[in-house]
Design a protein around this ligand. Structure first.
Ligand SMILES: NC(=O)c1ccc[n+]([C@@H]2O[C@H](COP(=O)([O-])OP(=O)(O)OC[C@H]3O[C@@H](n4cnc5c(N)ncnc54)[C@H](OP(=O)(O)O)[C@@H]3O)[C@@H](O)[C@H]2O)c1
Length: 317
């Protein structure tokens, strides 16, 4: 089968299209014909060999050379066969999910059944492949790390990227009081996803406008915002939740108003998202689709930052 492989850490230039052996599913795995996958922050971290999360990323990606040679965490595709202990899926099922150890930048991949679910029927594979990693990250932060009550005021910082576009829609499931913060050309997109108010951060600093919130969700990470900067924009019992685990790992032990996490992608979360997607409450924003042979260009595009939604790879193209 064809796959994009990397043998050493570095820029997107290390990615090469090659012929490799088709994988065989273990007892609890599904062999999936990959239709689409998407680019996530973790692809870039693994590929570049960045040392983050106190070395955990190197432990996962490899120290001297890549441990796993095929990247791609998100997958949407068709089950070709199942391992002998798989109970929830069968040949021919259309599934979506995310891999803990990557591998979806290929024509076939094996995924544990606990990290997969039936794909939303009203989404294309390209739209579905955008969901698992960033959709579950937004869901974990806004449903599992905090409890949003109807009427509570939630601010999504970085409401335009992968995590952010799902975060607006997930927050809206719980409260109508959602404020999105993004740059000028993403304002109308944030409004169309359900934000009641949108603050253009190039024109206004939300931490200085006197407004306060029950939850501030940082969907950007990369140390662009902090609890100390947001403190005065939080209500008395307000909580700052961030996707950036590294920057608050120790602070959150001492301060219960700061929360972060690594979001696991599970069948339960994917089923929850599918129900909302099929009910028309959540959709994917796909900024650009690349064929698998242009994965390096897709990485370069993602790395420019300032995306509107997701960069997706069509593997069958
Ligand atoms: N904890 C976890 O389990 C987990 C899982 C997945 C991802 N993550 C993290 O989540 C973060 C977001 O990932 P992603 O894939 O959604 O990234 P992304 O698609 O690149 O989105 C980031 C967005 O941030 C916005 N942005 C950039 N600089 C900003 C600033 N100074 N102020 C406000 N917004 C700014 C950009 O939009 P504008 O054009 O509007 O600036 C961009 O669309 C990453 O840091 C990633 O590592 C964490």
């Amino acid at each position: 089968m064809k796959a994009v492989v990397y043998e050493k850490f570095g820029s997107a230039d290390v990615l090469e299209l090659k012929e490799v052996e088709k994988p065989t599913p273990k007892d609890y795995e599904l062999l999936v014909k990959v239709h689409a996958t998407s680019v996530n922050a973790l692809d870039i971290i693994f590929r570049s060999g960045a040392v983050l999360l106190f070395g955990l990323t190197k432990l996962m990606a490899g120290f001297k050379k890549p441990k796993v040679k095929i990247l791609g965490f998100d997958v949407s595709g068709e089950v070709e066969s199942v391992g002998k202990k798989v109970t929830k899926f069968k040949e021919g099922d259309l599934i979506y999910g995310a891999l803990k150890k990557a591998g979806a930048n290929a024509e076939y991949v094996c995924i544990p059944e606990k990290n997969a679910a039936i794909k939303p029927a009203n989404m294309s594979h390209e739209e579905a492949a955008a969901v698992p990693d960033t959709g579950c990250t937004a869901l974990h932060g806004l449903r599992d790390k905090v409890t949003i009550q109807e009427g509570e005021r939630v601010l999504i910082y970085g409401a335009s990227g992968g995590v952010g576009t799902y975060a607006i829609q997930i927050a809206r499931l719980f409260t109508p009081e959602v404020t999105a913060v993004c740059s000028t050309d993403k304002v109308s997109n944030a409004q169309s996803l359900g934000a009641k108010e949108v603050i253009d951060y190039t024109k206004e600093d939300f931490t200085k406008n006197g407004q306060t919130y029950d939850i501030i969700f940082d969907a950007v990470g990369r140390k662009k915002i902090s609890y100390s900067k947001c403190k005065n924009s939080l209500n008395e019992n307000g909580i700052f939740v961030t996707v950036d685990l590294e920057s608050v790992a120790f602070k959150q032990i001492r301060n219960k108003r700061i929360k972060s996490y690594m979001a696991p992608v599970t069948t339960e979360k994917l089923d929850f998202l599918r129900e909302q997607i099929e009910a028309g409450k959540i959709k994917s924003i796909v900024e650009k689709v690349f064929p698998l042979r242009q994965l390096a260009d897709a990485h370069r595009y993602y790395e420019k930052g300032h995306l509107k939604g997701k960069v997706v790879i069509n593997v069958q193209d």
